[in-house]
Design a protein. Structure first.
Length: 412
């Protein structure tokens, strides 16, 4: 097993593109650590520098406290699993699993025993004498996982190993991978763009954007206490709704004016220690779809565009008369400050603002273009700075009591 330390790690390619910008990170012994982010954010470059497949431009990588800068990949006692299974087609499953042991000059009897044990762990015993061409996609990727783990490496690196598989296979392999990693207790660094994979697999998750780590914490902490609007929208499906608002105080007490809607904060105002300072200022309000509830007396009256039936719940897409903050990142992961939209921006021809998503009971009758009344659980809303997009911190005691989590660890 191994610890991994990244010290000011940076990568600039010959064309001048800066892929990784001075990352500092500590990965614990036996930890399942996930790097997640949109395409082009630098996560794979980080993984390849740990593996020795990319030259380090600045900083260093330490494994068990020892620098591996300049050490060849074959001398790092690590295994790497890629998006493609990359099996040898002319070899059987048994021979594919034996191959790394032969390269390591493991004795034949010991190697054969390791192959059988690994095949049993992955449910591959009946496939040992088959060629890869006769296996399904999930079985081939399982063989690739076995080939990576059969040597019992100190460090396991995985670069989106399940992105080519269908949804059911991904679900099955996620469970198997998690179980196998726990049994082997091997330090694992896993790269993905899929936030579901990140949330379900990682002991800790680092959300990357434009070559930097925006937030690094446990999956539940990132979901419950996102560091900024980028993390808030990236982690969650459907993503968090972001609305422009003004913090106000009147005869009814403290509240949020969201377009023509007013949400009272009085019972929850103590959550934000600096709320008085924010009076009269614009903020961004984050509301996850599940924080909405159907309520005939609710604060929000929306117009339904369409709805998706997802088992026991429905995702309702509805138009709201309020400023909706657009996505804060692009496919290339170029970050845009999450400022409030200008007057008239994001308004469509109907006079409504853009769409938000709310979760309602799967048995509710929802009709297109019909009005929908919703209330919001104020205890679940988030406030962000309108200029920087950074989270406006809640009272730590409230957050710890509500979510059972520690103070967030933010690494940049």
């Amino acid at each position: 097993m191994s610890t991994v330390s990244l010290r000011g790690l940076g990568k600039t390619y010959p064309d001048g593109h800066v892929a990784v910008r001075g990352i500092d990170l500590e990965i614990a012994d036996g930890e399942f650590f996930v790097l997640v982010g949109a395409s082009g954010c630098g996560k794979t470059s980080v993984l390849r520098m740990i593996a020795g497949l990319e030259e380090i431009t600045t900083g260093n990588v330490l494994v068990n406290g020892v620098s591996v800068k300049g050490v060849l990949p074959r001398d790092r006692n690590l295994a790497m699993l890629f998006q493609s299974s990359a099996l040898y087609p002319h070899l059987t499953v048994r021979e594919n699993l034996l191959f790394p042991l032969r390269m390591a000059h493991v004795r034949k009897r010991k190697a054969a025993a390791k192959v059988v044990a690994t095949a049993r762990l992955l449910g591959l015993e009946r496939h040992l004498d088959k060629k890869p061409s006769t296996l399904s996609g999930g079985e081939r990727q399982r063989v690739a996982m076995g080939r990576a783990m059969v040597r019992r490496p100190d460090l396991m690196l995985m670069d989106e190993p399940m992105s080519n598989l269908d949804a059911k296979l991904r679900n099955d392999l996620r469970a198997e991978l998690h179980t196998m990693q726990r049994r082997l207790d091997v330090t694992t660094v896993y790269v993905t763009h899929d936030q579901v994979e990140a949330m379900s697999l990682g002991d800790r998750v680092a959300v990357m954007r434009a070559g930097r780590i925006v937030q690094c914490a446990s999956p539940i902490e990132i979901f419950q206490r996102p560091a900024d609007t980028y993390v808030a929208q990236f982690m969650g499906s459907p993503p968090m709704n972001l609305l422009g608002a003004t913090v106000v105080r009147d005869g009814s007490g403290a509240g949020l004016q969201i377009g023509r809607y007013r949400v009272s904060l009085d019972e929850h105002a103590w959550r934000w220690p600096d709320l008085d300072r924010l009076m009269g200022h614009e903020v961004i309000v984050g509301i996850r779809p599940e924080a909405f509830h159907r309520d005939p007396l609710g604060e929000f009256e929306l117009s339904v565009q369409f709805h998706e039936q997802v088992g026991a719940i429905q995702w309702v897409h509805a138009l709201i008369d309020a400023p909706v903050i657009r996505a804060v990142g692009t496919a290339g992961d170029e970050y845009h400050d999450a400022g409030l939209p200008a007057d008239g921006q994001d308004i469509d021809g109907s006079g409504h603002a853009a769409t938000i998503v709310a979760t309602v009971d799967g048995h509710d009758i929802v009709n297109r273009w019909a009005p929908l009344r919703l209330s919001v659980d104020v205890g679940q809303i988030h406030l962000f700075d309108s200029e920087t997009g950074a989270a406006i911190e809640v009272t730590a005691a409230d957050s710890d009591a509500q979510h059972g989590i520690r103070e967030p660890s933010r690494i940049s």
